[in-house]
Design a protein around this ligand. Structure first.
Ligand code: DGL
Length: 259
C-alpha cells in the first residue's frame, strides 16, 4: 500500500494520474483538511505538518509515500528521509520529477504555485540546475479558495489577476505547480485563451510524478485497487471532488478524530 498526502483535495489530481498508471495499487490518501491551506504557512509550520502526515500514513501501514503537495517539498530534507528510513525508492515528491521532465525541452517555461513553493525557490533552483531559464509566480489564495468551495467566478478572477503583470507571449508552457490547480485547468485555459495571440499550454505535473511513482514503486506495491481517504476534518468540497474524479472506485472516507 502506498500513502499519498496533501493539504486537502489537490493530491487527488496526482492520485488520478497514479490510478491510470497502476489501477491495482492500494492507496491510503491523507488530506490534511484541518490545516489547509499549506501554501501560506511558514517553512517551520509546513515541516511539522509534513512529519505528522508521514507518521499518520506509516502508522497505518503505508510503506511508500508520495508527497502530492508541492508546498511541502522544501521541508522534505535529506535528514528527514533518513529519520523515517525513507530512501528515494520509497518516497516520491513533486519537484524533482517535474523539473526532470523538461530536461530535454526547449519550451519557454512559466510556472505558478503557492507562495510557500515560490518562496522556497525549489523550482527556480531545479530549473537552474538543468540550465533552463524560467519565470515563476505565486497565486496567493487560489488553493484555499478551491479547498473551501469558492465559485468558478471567484477562482477565475484570482487566476486572471495573478497574470496581469506577466508577458504571456514570452512563454510556451504554464506549469501548474500546485496540485490543486489542475482541478481547474479549464479555468486556466479559459483565461489564457482570452489573452490574444498566446500559445501557452497548461501542463499538469501529475503525469511526470505518476511515471516516477510507477518506476520506483511498481510492482512492489501491487494490490487490489483499494482507496482509503483519511481527512483531518470532514469536507464537503473534498468529498465532491473525490466522487467526481473516481466515480467507479471502491473507496472509503474516514475522518480522523484526533491527530
Ligand atoms: N496542493 C498543494 C501544493 O501542491 C498545497 C496547496 C495549499 O494547501 O496551499 O502546493
Amino acid at each position: 500500500m502506498i500513502g499519498i498526502f496533501d493539504s486537502g483535495m489537490g493530491g487527488l489530481t496526482v492520485l488520478k494520474a497514479i490510478r491510470e498508471e497502476m489501477p491495482s495499487i492500494d492507496v491510503l490518501y491523507f488530506g490534511d483538511t484541518r490545516n489547509a491551506p499549506y501554501g501560506s504557512k511558514t517553512r517551520e509550520e509546513i515541516s511539522k505538518l509534513t512529519i505528522q502526515a508521514i507518521q499518520i500514513l506509516r502508522a497505518r501501514g503505508a510503506r511508500s509515500i508520495v508527497s502530492a503537495c508541492n508546498s511541502v517539498s522544501a521541508s522534505m530534507t535529506v535528514s528527514l528521509f533518513d529519520t523515517f528510513a525513507l530512501t528515494s525508492d520509497y518516497l516520491i515528491e513533486m519537484v524533482g520529477p517535474t523539473v526532470s521532465y523538461f530536461r530535454e525541452s526547449s519550451a519557454r517555461i512559466l510556472l505558478c504555485a503557492t507562495p510557500a513553493t515560490i518562496t522556497s525557490a525549489m523550482y527556480q533552483d531545479g530549473f537552474e540546475m538543468i540550465g533552463k531559464d524560467m519565470q515563476a509566480f505565486a497565486i496567493p489564495d487560489l488553493a484555499s479558495a478551491l479547498e473551501f468551495g469558492a465559485s468558478e467566478e471567484t477562482l477565475e478572477n484570482l487566476i486572471r489577476d495573478s497574470l496581469t503583470d506577466i508577458s504571456l507571449h514570452d512563454f510556451d508552457i504554464l506549469i501548474l505547480a500546485c496540485t490543486h490547480y489542475p482541478l481547474i485547468a479549464h479555468l486556466f485555459e479559459k483565461v489564457l485563451n482570452e489573452a490574444s495571440g498566446t500559445q501557452l499550454h497548461v501542463f499538469d505535473p501529475a503525469l511526470a510524478v505518476a511515471e516516477r511513482t510507477k518506476k520506483h514503486l511498481w510492482p512492489r506495491e501491487m494490490g487490489d485497487g483499494q482507496t482509503t481517504f483519511l481527512l483531518s476534518k470532514d469536507s464537503e468540497p473534498f468529498r465532491k471532488h473525490a466522487a467526481k474524479l473516481f466515480p467507479q472506485n471502491t473507496s472509503t472516507v474516514e475522518v480522523l478524530k484526533t491527530i
